[in-house]
Structures are given as structure tokens and as C-alpha cells.
Design a protein around this ligand. Sequence first.
Ligand code: ADP
Ligand code: ZN
Ligand code: ZN
Length: 844
Amino acid sequence: MSFPFCNVSLPVPLRTTFTYAVPESLREMVRPGTRVLVPFRKKPMVGVVVELTEHAPADTKIREITKALDREPALTPKLIELGHWIANYYLAPVGEMFRAMLPPVIEMRTQRQITLTEAGRDAVASLSGGELTHGLARVEVEFLAKLAGKKEPLAFASAAKFGLDAGALERLRRQGLIEIRETVLGRTAKTQRVLAWKKDAEKDNAETQRAQGVRGDGAPNVRGDEESGGPKSGRDFDDKVRRVRDELAERGALPLGLLLKLAGVSRAVVERMLREGLLESWEERVDPAEDPFDVGYEAPAHELNAEQESAFGAIRARFELGEFGVLLLHGVTGSGKTEVYMRSVQETLARGKTAIVLVPEIALTLWVGRQCRAWFGARFEGVAVLHSALSDVERAREWWRVRRGEARVVVGTRSAVFAPLENLGLIIVDEEQENSFKQEETPRYHGRDVAIVRAKMENAVALLGSATPSLETYHHARNGKYELLTLASRVANRSMASVEIVDMREDFQRTHQTNPISSALRAGIQECLKQGTQALVLINRRGYSWSVLCRSCGVSVQCANCSISMTYHKHRNRLECHYCGSIQSVPKVCPKCESKYVYFFGEGSEHLEERLRKEFPGARIARLDRDTARTKRQYQETLGAFAGGALDILVGTQMLAKGHDFQRVTLVGVISADSSLHLPDFRAAERTFQLLTQVAGRAGRGELAGRVLIQTYYPEHYAIQDAVRQDYGSFFEREMHFRRMMQYPPFTSLANVIVRDTSLEKAIVWSRQLSEYFLPYDGKGARILGPATAPLARLKKEHRFQFLLKSPRRSVLTRVLGGAMAYCEAKEIPQTAVLVDMDPLSLL
Ligand code: ADP
Ligand code: ZN
Ligand code: ZN
């Protein structure tokens, strides 16, 4: 039966759906989950049908759907159900929720294109004498010659210009002279320059090499010195040529950016080599799933050790039961959790089901994606990768591959939990404790928690993994709600890295220098460089300095929109607000008293990188943080260069702390371990402990033993002490004690409510009104604190006030907050002014 109306969810910050009429002609196509174009207010808008109905509300004028965008509904019924659940639980506007689930709206433009085949090329070459072969007509020959002269494929439609019709083209195709393909045209550049060693050049160079002796060991600076290759630098140039050749010989053709990093040469060197005919280059299409390190990569398939075997056995037993369950794989760093994940996915696929693997960082999708492709996919099939650093076109393409069932394993960050897989059997959440699983804007869902809910809805298994589970998760595992699987030791009897504290107070008393690099860390790095192993250095802030102060009047430069100090970025030569993104020029004099004693205070990653370059001039150093890595390719290049041994020291923010399996890292330094302890947040200790333990886990993963140096001004704190011993159990007990005393999660549920507006007065009035609503509920199954000025009192020009709701029963919070939303509507407090964060991770 066909329905005359449907309810459509639109991407607007409102808590309702909208009813539209389905014109007769679209009734076949419009189903729940279909994306549709509809008129909304005065604009066309893309929404998604969440329900078909027989009736429309009587009192409003009903408009018609303009167009259906999908032949097959974009969302499955299960996803629609999940979307409603999330909107309800997190009190998020439905429209925003479904927007987060849908693929980017791009009109996929496709084009039929013609390219010349090898045989076609030969035919053209053999025709130079003017003779006709293959029984070709003159126009056809001219056409082929034209194609041979073109770098780009020719649009099918343009063939008409040459006097060839579809029939003629088809004949050429059948003769194997041309190829005709449907190609998706992206809006972003999707080709890259690839370089290879030119065959003929090999001989000459072998001679140069003999003349010069063995490969020079002068470790180059990764950035490369900008040399153009004058005569006096000839020797130096030969050295670089050798490095380029060695890389290309070892790995085959490489994309330009990657080659520069691996060989440690500048672009100018490569350009010169091209001019001298040593290299050849061409443009190649970039596949979103492709990763240059995939080439020849084989995933290690180890025999499981006894602990892994028993964990995997428990997971398999769960599959046998064929019902929903949550398992926590608690395995110390380097215990081989990935191996257990891969077997579990394999088992899922073998049972004809599909799997999602969630990881906390984009950088990790590369690594885990590669593992998955090596295990399960012919190179680009079977496995899809979804994360926010893909372009819209790439993301849409990956999304639809999944939706069409072409990919049965999805690797991705938070939002990949909505991957449109059917027949879902397993969701893995790696590093389940990570904050990045929580979305800090509407809809404020937690990817891990949604994974569990989705698994339940689809009768699938949720497998959470971590070396340092969140307190909530471990609490559930201990009380039997989740099944606990433990990997207590590292694989192959490798020992945990030894962790030492560097007390910065002592270091200062001894050296009287305020160097962020302690003498112990400096010595450690020197040792690495000498041994030819690698060092990771972590600092938790990006930028050059995170505060700009006037020595004369003490004022610090604040963001114009937020109550936050501006961060100085030296390379970009400006101040930036890390909260709202606003920019200011670097002040020469104090903005308040005009004294010229402005100074920069508090080291960030950019500063640290500069220091390291100064202190270790010969070392190959790179930095990885959100300033240096904005695109997937940039991550790939730096991480690849480090993993491939083309770097000695990698500096970065916490994105380096997680998951990576670098085999040659023997030293990890943490610059200011305690800075995260001082945040006004009840989870400060937990975060510090997790971060330090994770970081410690990056050292000594291969054959070489690892060492970790934690620099701190607060070595007595239990979070730091337990991290040094890498003793999760001890930390868990101490922290649970604190949480119980203070009535914090996991002993209570929490909701954070922020009332905000650019007008201070309105924000105050609305807070008062809301407070009147909350008052009668306080003490009745819930504690309601506030309104108070939020710790971030101003953000993006808005003034902020805060309520904190606590209750041992979450359903109480949901009920009270549901009522609050209705109350706001009645009082005409705008929906956007009241921000509800259920199970908040940050109370700022
Ligand atoms: P985790 O995620 O627990 O920190 P990984 O899964 O990255 O650890 O594994 C650490 C290293 O141990 C990897 O290099 C992996 O290939 C290797 N490994 C995993 N399982 C085994 C095993 N059973 N025997 C030997 N090596 C293993
Ligand atoms: Zn001043
Ligand atoms: Zn700001």
C-alpha cells in the first residue's frame, strides 16, 4: 500500500520532524530512509524520510516533496531506529542527528571517458608510416593519434567532434584499441605526482656510486635544505641522489610528498633529478582507500599465544550464542589486542556478517585500515574507511560502497558507528576510553555508548578494547554487566617499558635553566641517535606558546570572543584562539599598558620542535599535530616516514600516544605530564593516568627494550605514580574511592546544561527561569546544582551559565530534562540557547 504523506527529518536545530505530501509519481520511490528534496520556509532543503503516514496534521498547510534523491533508501530501518534512540537519549534535535548519519550531499557527477589501450598505442606507433592497419578508417586513425597525444582521458561526448559515432567507438573498443569507462568526477584534485627511477639512468649512477664509496650516513634534515644544486654542492647532491634512488629501489614508484620525506630531500633536488633525466614522473589517481604503504604489506598473522587464544575463545563462544553481549578486552600495551580484533572480524565475516572497527584517531584509521585490507580485502574491496579528513566526494563514495554491500568491514572514527552496514555482527571499539569518541557538538553522542546500543538493536557483539579502560567500563566489567577478558602481559615475553620520573624542580635547581627538555631527556635522545633507534617526544599543547603576558602590568592576551588566552603560532606569525579559531596579530606592545615587555610563556609543540632542532642539529625531526597534519595524506606521510625509519625524532601532541606500533622506538619523553592534572574536571586524574600509560606503551614494542621519561613538577600524585608502575588495578581502586566519596560517575549519572547567549542579560534571565523549573526536582532522586558561571564563562561571543544534574538513575535525568525542553518552549527560550550534554566528558 502506498502512503500519501511522510515525516521528514530536516537538518535544522529543531526537535521535530515535518510532514510532506508524497506526489503520486514518487510513491514508488519514497520509503523510510530515502533522502528527499523539499521546500522548507523559502528554500529547498535535503532531508530524510523517517516515516510514511496515512494522515497529515490537520491544522497546517502541507507541501509536496520536490524530488527523491535515492533509488534505494540511504538509511536502513535499523539506522532510523538508532537515530531516534540517540535523539531521545541525548535530547538532540532529530534533524541534526540524522544529518550526522547521512553521507555528504554531493551530486556525484559521472562521466564516460575514453582512454587508449596499450594495443591502441602500438597501433598508433605502427601507423607512423602512413599505412592503415587493423582495417581502420582515416578518421579512426586520426582519432587514435589524437588520443595518444592527450594526457587526460577524453570525454565520451567529445568523440563526436572527431566524427566518430557510438557505433564506431564500440568497434574500436571491441578491437581492444580503446577503453571506455564510467568515472566519478570529484570536486577535489584526485591525482598525485608519482616518481620512479628511470631505468637507463641506473648504469650511470652505479658508476657514480662506486666512485663515491658507500652510502653516506650524514642524516639529513627532513625539511631539506633548499639547495638548488650549484657546482660546489655537487657532492652533496650526489648524496641525495643516492638516497632517492635507494628509496625508489626499495619501494618502487612513490608519490612525491612521501619520497621527499623518506629520502629527506627537498623538492628542488627532485626537480633537478627530473631535469637530468634520472627520474620519471607521472600523475596517478588517488584512491581514498589507498595507502602507499599498502604496497607489499602483509599483515603479520601470528600464532595466538595462550592469553590471546583464551580471549578469542570467549569471543567465539559469544558468536556461537548468537546474541548481544559486551566484552571488554583489557590488555596491557603491546599485548597483541589487534591480533584478537582481526581474528574476531574474520570470524564475523566467516559467519556471513559484517563488522565495524572504531578507532579514536584519524591517524589510526590508516594503520588499522591497512591491517584490515591485508587481512580481508583484495586491495580496495571489502574494507571501507570513514573519517572526517576525507573530502566529501571520497566520503560519499566510501559510504555508498558500504551501503551497497561492497564493503563488509568498516574502519573509522566516531561517526563510523553509523556506517550503513546490514547484517551487523560485531562492533569493535579500540581504546574505548578515548574522549574523541564523544562528539562535542550537537548531537553530543558518545560513539562507544552508541556502539553498544546499536549492537543491542542488531543482536551483535560489542568488543571494547583498552589498556586503560574508562572507569565506567571497567566498573561494568567487574560487576558482570560486561564480560572481562584480560591480556596481562606483552607478546613474546617482551617486558613493559621502564618508566622513570624526571622531577623538573630538581632539574631546575641543578641547571638553573627553564628548558622544557631536561638533562635526562637530552641524554636519552643522544643515546637514541647514537644507537640509530627512534624517539617520540610528547607535549600536550600545540602552537608555539600558549600564553602572551605583559611583564609590566600582568595582563594576558585573551580572545575577543572567549575567556581563553590566545596561543602564539610562530610560523604563521599570529595569535590563535583554539576554541573559536579567531586570529589576532602578534602584539609588539602590551594592548593594555603599552609597555614593550610582552613575553611569550608556556611551550607548545611548535616551540619544542624548534628546540629539538637546535639541540640536535644532525637529527631528522618532524612534528605531528593538528597544525602540521590537516589532511589524511599529511598524517600518512609523517607517520609513514617515521615507521619507515626516515625520521629519528617525532614530536607531537597526544595523537601520537595511542595505538601506534612503531617497532624502533626505544625512548618516549613526556614534556609536562602534570599539566592535565590541573584542569577543573573530576576526570583530570583519570585522563593523566591514561595518557601516561598509553604513552609508555609506545616504547619498546619491538625487539628493542623501551624507556620512558616523564617530566613533571608533581611526581607525588597517584595518577603519575600508578602510571610509572603501569598499574591499572591500583589506579582503579584509588580513583573509584574518590568518585564514590564525591558522587561522580560511575556512581551517578551526570548531565551538564549550559544556557548561553551573546547578550549577558538574556543568558541570566533564561538561567533564572530554568532554575525555577529545576527547583522542585532537586532532592527528589536528583541533585541539581547551579546556575553558576560556567568554567568557560565566555565562548564564541556567548556568555555561559551552567547547571549540573546528578542522579543515580539516568532515567530520572532524561525525564527531568525532557520536561525542561518543553518548559523552555513554553517560556519561549530559544532551543539553541539551552545546550544539554548527557554523560558529559568535559564540564567546561
Ligand atoms: P596492543 O594493541 O595490545 O598494544 P598490538 O596488537 O599492536 O598490541 O601488538 C603488538 C605487537 O605484537 C605487534 O607488532 C604484533 O604484530 C605483535 N604480536 C601480536 N600477537 C603476537 C603473537 N601471538 N606473537 C608474537 N607477536 C605478536
Ligand atoms: Zn601591560
Ligand atoms: Zn576564542
